[in-house]
Design a protein around this ligand. Sequence first.
Ligand SMILES: [Zn+2]
Length: 448
Amino acid sequence: MSSGSLLIGDIVTLDPARPRAQALAIAGGRVLLAGTEAEAREVMPAGAPVQHVPGTVIPGLIDSHLHLQWAGLKLLRIAGETTLAPAQALAVLDSEPFSPPWLDAEPTREQRLAGLRMIQPLMHALGVTAIVDPAVVPAEMDAYTASRRRGELTMSVTAMPHPDMDAGAGSAIAALDAVGVRTGLGDDRLRLGGVKVYFDGVGKGGTALRREPWPGTDSRGWQRLPDGEFHKIAAWCARVGWSLGVHVVGGGGLDIVLDSFGRVDAETSIRDLGFTLIHAYLEPSPENMATAARLGVLVAAQPSIHYCNGTGLVQALGPGAVASNPMRDWLDAGVTVGGGSDGQYFPIDPRLGLWQSRVRIVEGAAEPHAPEQALSAEQALALYTTGAAAVALAADRRGRLAPGFLADWTVLPLDPLTAAPEAVREMWPLQTAVGGRIVHSTQEGLNP
Ligand SMILES: [Zn+2]
C-alpha cells in the first residue's frame, strides 16, 4: 500500500461532525482526514498522489444480510467461469429462481472460491464494500479463510457462524465453545460476527410465528426453538462475549425473543454486544420496538423482501399487512436499522433497497404500501452505511468517511441525497475502494 493519497471531490461523509467534505486524506487504508482540500494537503506529504473524482463520494455500501457464497455458486453454476459485465451478471442471477446446487452435491472448496471470484466484482460494481454473511456453516468458513489466505477476498466479510441447533442448545454451545473463539476475532477483511440461530419461519407460505393463527388455519406459524433452548443459548452468548443474530420474522416470535433478551440483559448487559433481530418485518408491536431500543438491540431489515413479498402478505393477511417492514417506526422508536438484501434468496442489488425504502413500492401493486413508512434520502443512505455497519459490528470503523475509519468508498454519478429515488435505482457506481484499494472502476469520467 502506498504511503498515502488524496481524493478530491464532493464527499458525503455520514459523519455528523462534518457531513460534507471536499477532500479525503488517506493513509494505511484508513481516512486520516475529511475536510477541505487545503486541510487534506496539509496532512499529506508533498507529492502524494491526487485523484479528482466526478459525481459524489459516499462511504462504501454495506449489505448487512447477504449469502455471498450462495450467490457466487449460483453465478458459477449458470454462467460457468465466464467474465460477465455487471449488468449481465445481475440479469443472470435474476434469470432463475434460487435452487441450491448442493442439494445434489456439496460444493467443493474450489467451487466456492471460483464463485467468490465471480460475485465479488459484481458487488463492488454495485458499490458494496462489506457484507454480513448471516449463516456460515463450516464449509463456508473454510472457503472464506482460504480466499482470505490466497489474497482473493476483496470484500470485507463479517461471518456469522450457524451452529446446528437440532440436538439442542447444549450441543450447539459445546460446538461453539470447542476452540474458545468469540465475536470479533479476525481482521478488517474477515471477522467473526455473532452466532446465528433461526427462531421462526418466513412470511410467504405462512410459517412466521404470529400472535394469532394465520387466516384459514389453526397455525400461528413455526417456532423452531423452544423458549428455554433459545434462552439458554442467548444467555450463554451474552455471558461469554458472543453476539447473537436471530432470524425472527413474526410478532409472536418477536415477543418471545425480546422477552428472553430482556431477561438476559438483567444478568449480563447486552447493550454493547450487537444482538440483532434479523428480518423482524411482520407485525412488530410498539412494545417490541421500545424493548429493542431500551436494550440496544439492532434490526437487520431487507427492503428487497418487502418488494418481492408485500403483495403476497396482503393477500394472506389483509390490508393491514401493507405496514410490513415498518422501518420508519423502528427508526422513530430509536432502534438502529441496517439494510440488506438477503441475496441470493432475494435480489442482491443494493440500488433496489435504496430506492424501495424511499418509495415503498412492491411488486404487483398499483399503490405504494404504507407510504408513511418511507424513509428520507438521508435515512435510506444511512440504512446501507452507518446502520449496516452497526449490524456488521463495525460502527466504529465502517459506514462513515471520518478520521480513523476505513477508506471504503464508492463514487456515484449522482448525489443520493438530492437525486430522485428512481435515478438512484438506475445509477451505476463509477469507482469502489476497499481499505483504500480500488476494487472497481469504470475509468470513464475518472481522472486519477
Ligand atoms: Zn438470509
